[in-house]
Design a protein. Structure first.
Length: 323
């Protein structure tokens, strides 16, 4: 499907770097956009709230300077993520700040995005909403979103359980708009695979936690390098919403990752950074099943460069195989 106008001609790869709670900041977003993929961050990462204005100014200023110094470079737009949840009392305040900056892309999560769609469209931005099933997809479409992010089995953090083959195929039966696909995408061949099955963009998160610019503990980054798919545990305990986490981090917090009780959705609290009993996000570390592709902590631009090389090789191999 055609990409939204804001993305056309501005990407070196069909990739959106997903917003990482606590971890994504201006440093990471700027490097991702300079490398030609959409960089994003949750608005709640900017604490206290007035810091959001400073972050947006810095991102816009540095990207504009980079584009001026490299006029032929593809510099991608950035995105801000809104977590639509009752515990997030900053939605309206953050929306006003984004409106002043005319943020080009807003990514909405958890609840239906009607509260932000009309305002974002009024300033010329687009809204992408993440979903894990058909019901959520149809609800988001009915509220006027411009694109869907399908969060499938194996995605890091809050994630669904459906195979990407199943969910993309079913969504394409009623939606011909942009689709970004999330779930264990950590190399260039997987980006091409996402396109082959009907998605327009890959949505990649875990891979960028293991970068120099990410605001994650060094131990977290190293654990990603040392882990594989078998080390990922799917649990609702920590926020009440099911998600994927690194089993070693759960053990380090004194719990058995193989025997976790179910969680209570009412305990989710993005205003204070999650369930304080378990110190989720700070001590319990989210990750997707693609962590086996991570071998070292690198600068974000090098991660994107590797993806570009792998993507090009995968396209060449596919062309040779079908010639």
């Amino acid at each position: 499907m055609p990409l939204p106008a804001v993305l056309q001609g501005r990407l070196t790869l069909p990739v959106i770097a997903s917003p990482l709670f606590i971890i994504s900041g201006p440093e990471l977003v700027i490097e991702q956009c300079k490398a030609g993929i959409v960089g994003s961050f949750p608005s709640l990462n900017a604490r206290p709230a007035h810091i959001l204005d400073q972050w947006l100014t810095r991102i816009e200023t540095e990207l504009a300077a980079h584009q001026a110094a490299h006029p032929d470079a593809k510099v991608a737009p950035y995105a801000v993520n809104f977590i639509i949840h009752s515990s997030n009392n900053r939605v309206q305040e953050d929306l006003e700040i984004c409106e002043r900056h005319k943020v080009p892309i807003i990514i909405t999560s958890l609840s239906a995005p009607k509260v932000v769609v009309e305002r974002v469209h009024a300033w010329g931005g687009i809204v992408l909403h993440d979903v894990i099933n058909i019901r959520h997809a149809k609800k988001a479409i009915s509220e006027g979103v411009d694109g869907l992010i399908l969060v499938c089995a194996g995605a890091g953090g809050h994630a669904g359980t459906l195979s990407p083959f199943a969910l993309v195929s079913e969504v394409r039966q009623f939606w011909d708009g942009p689709i970004a696909l999330s779930g264990s995408i950590a190399n260039g061949a997987s980006i091409l695979g996402a396109q082959a099955m009907g998605a327009d963009l890959a949505y990649i998160g875990t891979l960028f936690i293991a970068t120099d610019e990410a605001h994650a503990f060094p131990e977290y980054k190293q654990m990603l390098c040392d882990s594989a798919a078998q080390d990922i545990v799917y649990s609702s305990l920590f926020t009440g919403v099911s998600g994927n986490y690194l089993a070693p981090s759960i053990r380090n917090a004194g719990m058995d990752p193989d025997n976790l009780p179910k969680g209570d959705k009412s305990t989710m609290d993005f205003g204070s950074g999650g369930n304080q009993k378990f110190k989720v996000w700070r001590d319990i570390w989210g990750a997707g099943q693609g962590t086996g592709s991570i071998k070292a902590v690198r600068p974000a631009k090098e991660v994107v460069a590797r993806l570009q090389e792998e993507y090009a090789r995968a396209r060449q191999a596919l062309a040779a195989a079908t010639a």
